[in-house]
Write a protein that binds this ligand. Structure first.
Ligand SMILES: [Cu+2]
Length: 161
């Protein structure tokens, strides 16, 4: 009796195991957003705006789009990029439609001289050691909270900011 029930249940256990593994694979469909290395630049005393940088990685197999950022350290938060205009002058502007695509199996770096999150109308000066709380909103992944420590720009030491 015991050995026949073993013979009966073993294939079922194997089948079950395979279906769990299989559903695990199917479960990874869609975007999979991870935010790493977030930091904010210290703001000079009278500065009315600040910038936050980070790397947004999409480990999933579907694109996602950063569609907005919320935070209460400033009056407004915008997604910006640096562009070179017709006169070869670099300046920043809001990303078109406030939509920053994070392609599947890829990552987008927000860094000085490139994309950044602009804090407009800072309520307080950003000092080293402070933490900027932001909520990133993604089209498919929803909200992701980020805590960006305020620190000087790497390699710039005390000159940072
Ligand atoms: Cu900006």
């Amino acid at each position: 009796m015991e050995s026949s029930s073993k013979r009966f249940f073993l294939p079922i256990f194997i089948l079950l195991l395979f279906s769990i593994l299989l559903s695990g694979c199917l479960g990874s469909q869609g975007p999979d957003i991870v935010v790493i290395d977030s930091w904010a630049r210290p703001s000079p005393k009278m500065a009315s705006s600040g910038a936050v940088y980070m790397t947004i990685e999409n480990k999933g197999n579907e694109d996602d789009v950063l569609i907005g950022v919320d935070g209460d350290v400033s009056k407004a938060v915008e997604i910006h990029e640096m562009v070179i205009d017709d006169n070869n002058v670099m300046h920043m502007k809001p990303v078109e439609g406030q939509r920053l695509v994070i392609p599947a199996k890829s990552k987008v770096e927000l860094k000085p001289g490139g994309y950044h999150i602009m804090l407009i109308g800072l309520k307080n000066q950003l000092k080293e050691g402070d933490v900027v709380d932001l909520t990133l909103r993604f089209e498919k992944s929803g909200e992701i909270k980020v805590q960006a420590p305020v620190k000087p720009m790497e390699g710039m030491g005390a000159m940072g900011g």
